[in-house]
Design a protein around this ligand. Structure first.
Ligand SMILES: [Cu+2]
Length: 129
């Protein structure tokens, strides 16, 4: 009986491991041209959005990094104009940027704002007109 149960458990574990965790921008798209005030929508796959302070495994919240360096895994994300936190669990926002090219990075991080690193990061470049 035990042997029969081991295989499905193994397959289930493998399936959840193989299921890639990732984040993405629903909008804007990489390379897009946008007005100075525009909407940003986040997506996350393989983890759940939870408010800041929630330390349950597999949860976190979105951060938008604007024209700034990446934050390595385990490092806390600063809170300032170029590092915006969506600690209520928001999955979209509206931002205003000056005209020109900008690099937007979406970084998913845990309830204590510690970066989940490269696997939970996505960067795009946009043009603000
Ligand atoms: Cu945060």
């Amino acid at each position: 009986m035990k042997k029969i149960l081991v295989l499905p458990a193994f397959l289930l574990a493998f399936a959840s491991f193989a299921h890639a965790q990732s984040v993405d921008f629903v909008e804007p798209k990489d390379g897009a041209t946008v007005p100075q005030t525009f909407k940003v929508k986040f997506a996350v796959d393989g983890m759940k959005v939870a408010p800041a302070g929630d330390m349950n495994e597999g949860t976190g919240h979105h951060h938008l990094l604007i024209d700034t360096a990446d934050i390595g895994q385990g490092e806390a994300i600063p809170m300032n104009e170029s590092h915006r936190h969506f600690g209520k669990g928001q999955t979209e926002t509206e931002i205003t940027l000056p005209p020109g090219r900008h690099r937007l990075t979406m970084q998913f991080a845990d309830g204590a704002h510690r970066s989940y690193g490269e696997k939970m990061r996505k960067s795009i470049e946009i043009s603000v007109k």
